[in-house]
Design a protein. Structure first.
Length: 304
């Protein structure tokens, strides 16, 4: 549960924008609009974009700003119901059965009603999100859905349709109030249209230079102003190249933080070469810059 006092939902796009800004998230009006509509219409928000552009951060800021609990389901290949929704505490159930047998209980139905109760139900993120709690419905972040298998995506479609889960031993568990759902994907595969139709869609793009500079000012306020400007310009120009993975906003923040920790107040060839592993994460991209492309980008940055 968030320590912050629960706050009412924003009543306008401007209030939504203020909520994001107060949480340190520099958003444009288009994002604030779709987020406001998602909250108002109680529809999941489907955020798509390259890794590192700030999709996950939106859910975190939203939860903090509204004083709601953040429940995160990190998707991966092989994710199944027992990991994402619920499972039974089998060890505790076996102990209960042994105790019942020792007490002379032999009635099967009586024994089943004892072991298949909520006492032994382990709630995973999906069921936890539907359960809610004090302070209003939680923010349910389904992160990197494209990493999960299509079978789990189909199951999730059923959950988001009616905000309920069927537990054979207990029956149907429904949410009293739908959670605020934020789904992110890096587009490593396409998500089925049936799920997208239930959501409000927004593409989270790389920020322009002015907005990225504002992000650095908020996230790395102790960074030298000239350094921040050169870091942003360098990252912006790298995104124009055909790299295997262009640097995201997260990498820009990390690079500015690292350079500040090293006491740098401007970029030079040696500094760029020594710290390129903070900005780029693939050796082929780093090698390309070390072979001369990096100096060209640096020259362009210095030339303004």
């Amino acid at each position: 549960m968030s320590d912050a006092k629960p706050q009412p939902l924003p009543h306008s796009i401007d209030q939504t924008l203020d909520l994001l800004t107060a949480g340190g998230y520099v958003a444009d009006r288009a994002l604030a609009t779709v987020l406001f509509l998602g909250l108002t219409m109680q529809r999941p928000l489907f955020l798509e974009g390259e890794a590192g552009v700030g999709k996950t951060e939106i859910a975190k800021v939203l939860a903090a700003g509204l004083g709601r609990r953040l429940i995160r389901l990190q998707c991966y290949e092989g994710l199944d119901v027992s990991s994402a929704v619920y499972e039974w505490n089998y060890a505790a159930q076996m102990i209960e059965i042994r105790i019942a047998e020792a007490a002379g209980i032999r009635d099967r139905s009586e024994m089943e009603s004892g072991v298949f109760s909520e006492k032994y139900l382990i709630r995973r993120p999906v069921l936890e999100a539907l359960q809610g709690g004090p302070g209003g419905a939680p923010v349910f972040l389904i992160d990197e859905l494209d990493r999960a298998d299509e079978a789990f995506e189909a199951y999730l479609l059923e959950v988001l349709s009616d905000y309920q889960v069927s537990v054979p031993e207990l029956g149907t568990i429904r949410a009293e109030e739908p959670p605020i759902v934020v789904i992110t994907t890096n587009r490593t595969r396409e998500i089925h249209d049936a799920l997208k139709r239930r959501c409000l869609y927004h593409w989270v793009d790389y920020p322009d230079a002015a907005r990225e500079l504002e992000i650095l000012a908020r996230k790395v306020p102790h960074a030298n102003r000239q350094l921040a400007g050169e870091v942003v310009a360098f990252a912006q120009k790298l995104r124009e190249l055909d790299l295997f993975k262009a640097p995201g906003v997260a990498e820009t923040i990390d690079w500015a933080t690292a350079l500040t920790a090293l006491g740098r107040d401007r970029l030079d060839a040696d500094t760029v070469s020594d710290t390129m592993g903070v900005l780029l994460k693939y050796q082929d991209d780093i090698a390309r810059l070390e072979e001369g492309e990096g100096q060209n980008v640096l020259d362009a940055v210095k030339a303004g």
